[in-house]
Ligand binder design. Structure first.
Ligand SMILES: Nc1ncnc2c1ncn2[C@@H]1O[C@H](COP(=O)(O)OP(=O)(O)O)[C@@H](O)[C@H]1O
Ligand SMILES: Cc1ncc(COP(=O)(O)OP(=O)(O)O)c(N)n1
Length: 267
């Protein structure tokens, strides 16, 4: 029997981030992937050249179509673009009693383009964060959510505690943008656990956040605990960055290196 995961996110035409990265991660980790697209980006390794938000009716219909027919073991949420989309997605997930929701609080692409309108951050905090099992902000996103600078491990702990108060069950503050080792902090409301790997010296990191959060969702879909799913996702993203490659003229993608993962016994 297949374990399934649904990604609710934006499309990246270059295939490195967004829905495309999520589906590749699900497949590599042995989970059947499904999608509800929120927005279409014209994007490549150099940047985002266009964004079209889909209307909320078709976003809602995609989610309804999946849940009304198929058991959904986990949900990964990525680019949401505006507050109307946030409210629509939240209402649909509540209506369908969605389980194992991983919310990647996507705000800005590495290339600098805004993927969530600034005035939608309040809606994210009010509506969607309380529904999430796991929230995965990077340093910038954590700062925007909590209203103070998050620049080191002490700030990451303070931010995780504030985001916990917003109603999420687990918070993973990603330390990928800090100097030194790539150390992420998981907070469950009581204790902090760190997941660290040596920093990989690579420019080809397009889609790291999408890959990491969808790998967490894949682990949850397979029945892993949150701690085990984060540990598996950390191993997965580390390999995906290690084998990231030069594609196009800019920041190349992470590598969903199926055979290698298979040999490493990850699925
Ligand atoms: N250069 C790197 N070497 C190793 N791990 C990294 C590197 N950059 C990011 N990571 C890891 O990738 C995951 C995604 O983090 P990050 O890149 O900060 O997300 P985002 O794409 O949302 O900014 C985290 O587990 C982070 O620690
Ligand atoms: C459509 C779409 N969704 C999300 C992102 C951001 O993804 P992320 O994994 O944070 O990768 P970078 O853009 O930071 O490399 C995106 N770019 N496009």
């Amino acid at each position: 029997m297949w374990n399934t995961a649904l990604t609710i996110a934006g499309s990246d035409s270059s295939g490195g981030a967004g829905i495309q990265a999520d589906l590749k991660s699900f497949a590599a980790l042995g989970v059947f992937g499904m999608s509800a697209i929120t927005a279409i980006t014209a994007q490549n390794t150099c940047g985002v050249t266009g964004i079209r938000e889909l209307d909320t009716e078709i976003i809602n219909d995609q989610i309804d179509a999946v849940f009304s027919d198929i058991r959904v073991d986990a949900v990964k949420i990525g680019m949401l673009s505006n507050s109307e989309i946030i409210k629509t997605v939240t209402a649909a997930l509540v209506r369908h009693k969605a389980r194992n929701i991983v919310l990647d609080t996507v705000m800005v692409a590495k290339s600098g383009s805004q993927l969530l309108k600034k005035d939608a951050i309040a809606a994210l905090k009010k509506h969607l964060i309380p529904q999430a099992l796991v929230v995965t902000p990077n340093l910038y996103e954590a700062s925007e959510l909590v209203g103070f600078e998050v620049n080191n491990q002490a700030d990451m702990k303070k931010a995780a505690a504030v985001i916990k108060e917003m109603g999420a069950q687990y918070i993973v503050v990603k330390g990928g943008h800090l100097p030194g080792s790539a150390c992420d902090l998981l907070y469950d409301g009581n204790k902090f656990s760190s997941f660290a790997n040596e920093r990989i010296d690579s420019v080809h990191t397009h889609g790291t956040g999408c890959t990491f959060s969808s790998a967490i969702a894949a682990g949850l879909a397979k029945g892993l605990s949150v701690e085990a799913a984060v540990a598996e996702a950390k191993r997965y993203i580390t390999m995906a960055i290690t084998h990231g490659f030069a594609l196009g003229k800019g920041i190349g993608p992470t590598h969903h290196f199926y055979e290698l993962y298979h040999r490493a016994g990850l699925y």
